[in-house]
Design a protein around this ligand. Structure first.
Ligand SMILES: NC(=O)NC(NC(N)=O)C(=O)[O-]
Ligand SMILES: [Zn+2]
Ligand SMILES: [Zn+2]
Length: 444
């Protein structure tokens, strides 16, 4: 057989095994998987993968590239190149903080055109559920929205309103009818506003005060409420950026009760604590906030136990001015830029430091996202016939993340200066090489 690319003698990582093989890629698909050292390359591009691990390209279900309207904050080109450099081959872009947000068919089409033009990797788009767009949900679904996203608390911009309980109930009824899925930013607006006002009145404005104003209880209360709405409406749920094992455990319990719900966490909740936030400053501000080290370790236990379905980045950058801490951390933009380093965090903090199996990492970053959102078997695992979405990693190569390594529009990330073990060497998206780690020439 003639191939476009052959990847020789690499170690393939799938959700249930790790084995050596040659891979043959043709027309964007994996067409052959054979014993190492057996594939004839012919005229194909040859990648010598001896000593490298081949992961299924990551599927990041949660990024904010903010285009159109706020592409000065990130943008589809810089965002997707950052993903490629981190081994991510598919992203799902959130309906905010694009401006206007993706809450109608027209906005969806507009973003799709931009993404087709600018993205170097594959993508899907979320639609938004906001007050007063119920009549647009069916159209968005028909256009191909991967699901819908709603906020239960204010999101930090004025153009994407959070969903009140009535909007949630009606929206969930509709989304269930469409057999789609609702992703939720689940924090209690009432609790947060109450605690924030109180902290500000009492001039408690430190980083820890900010964290205390968004306690785990506020996530728990919101999740509890929306689980009961899911039971009522039959709507499928995906709870984004869960920061605590207590919340994960409640979601696990709901699954056992028959509710169709999945849990996502982000690398920063696994890699960073409040103490790191205090050291790094505003760059590490996000919502829900980072938690104490004990919570971080408990979240790793949840991952090892199989209670976390998906790990995605929640890459939500802003211009540097909005990340500068003035009088109070409360006024700084909440959002962490991290989508280039999801796999690096999981390999360093998970595989190397805590013994998390490579297969588990492949499962939560590729297979389960693909399954949950209907992309499997085309995506999510390396098998014959699947899209050639692949990333090659040198598992033992150490590197210190430098500002210049970042492909984000703004070279800001809480991981700058961190030593990672496990370096991305190549990324292929549908058979096309979209990243190659060449010294002094970091991308192709
Ligand atoms: N408006 C945002 O992008 N917010 C994001 N910000 C965070 N997580 O701090 C989010 O996903 O909630
Ligand atoms: Zn959120
Ligand atoms: Zn987000």
């Amino acid at each position: 057989m003639l191939f476009d690319t052959v990847i020789l003698s690499g170690t393939v990582v799938t959700e249930n095994e790790v084995y050596e093989a040659d891979l043959g890629i043709k027309d964007g698909k994996v067409v052959t998987i054979s014993e190492p050292g057996t594939l004839q390359s012919g005229k194909a591009k040859v990648i010598d993968a001896k000593g490298l691990h081949i992961f299924p390209g990551l599927i990041d279900v949660h990024v904010h590239f903010n285009e159109p309207g706020r592409d000065q904050w990130e943008g589809l080109e810089t965002g997707s190149k950052s993903l490629a450099a981190g081994g991510v081959t598919t992203f799902f872009d959130m309906p905010l903080n694009s401006n206007p947000p993706t809450t109608t068919k027209e906005r969806f089409e507009e973003k799709r055109q931009l993404a087709d033009e600018k993205s170097v990797v594959d993508y899907r788009l979320w639609g938004g559920l906001v007050p007063n767009n119920l009549e647009h949900l069916a159209d968005l679904h028909e256009e191909g929205a991967i699901g819908f996203k709603a906020f239960m608390s204010e999101c930090g911009t004025d153009d994407f309103q959070h969903a009140d309980n009535g909007t949630l109930l009606k929206g969930m009824e509709k989304i269930a009818e469409l057999n789609s899925i609702l992703a939720l930013h689940a924090e209690s607006n009432e609790m947060i506003n109450y605690l924030t006002d109180k902290a500000k009145k009492e001039h408690r404005l430190s980083i820890r005060d900010y964290c205390n104003s968004r306690p785990v209880l506020s996530e728990l209360e919101a999740v509890e409420r929306v689980l009961s709405y899911a039971e009522l409406t039959g709507c499928k749920l995906h709870i984004v950026h869960v920061s605590s094992k207590r919340v994960i455990d409640r979601i696990t319990e709901a699954k056992q009760q028959g509710i169709d719900v999945t849990a996502e966490t982000c690398p920063h909740y696994l890699a960073l604590s409040i103490a790191d936030f205090e050291e790094i400053g505003a760059t590490a501000k996000c919502a829900p906030p980072l938690r104490d080290q004990e919570e971080v370790e408990q979240l790793w236990d949840s991952l090892k136990n199989g209670d976390i379905d998906i790990i995605s980045s929640d890459h939500s950058p802003s211009p540097p001015e909005l990340k500068e801490q003035g009088e109070s951390i409360f006024d700084v933009w909440g959002g962490i830029a991290g989508c280039q380093n999801t796999l690096h965090v999981l390999l360093t903090e998970g595989y190397h430091k805590r013994g998390v199996p490579l297969s588990k990492i492949a499962e939560v970053t590729a297979l389960q996202p693909a399954k949950r959102f209907g992309l499997n078997p085309t995506k999510g695992s390396i098998r014959i016939g699947s899209d050639a979405d692949i990333t090659l990693v040198n598992l033992n190569e150490e590197f210190v993340l430098k500002k210049e390594d970042l492909k984000y529009r703004h070279k800001i990330s809480p991981y700058v200066g961190k030593t990672f073990i496990g370096k991305t060497k190549y990324t292929f998206s549908k058979g096309k090489c979209v990243f190659e780690d060449v010294p002094n020439k970091a991308s192709v």
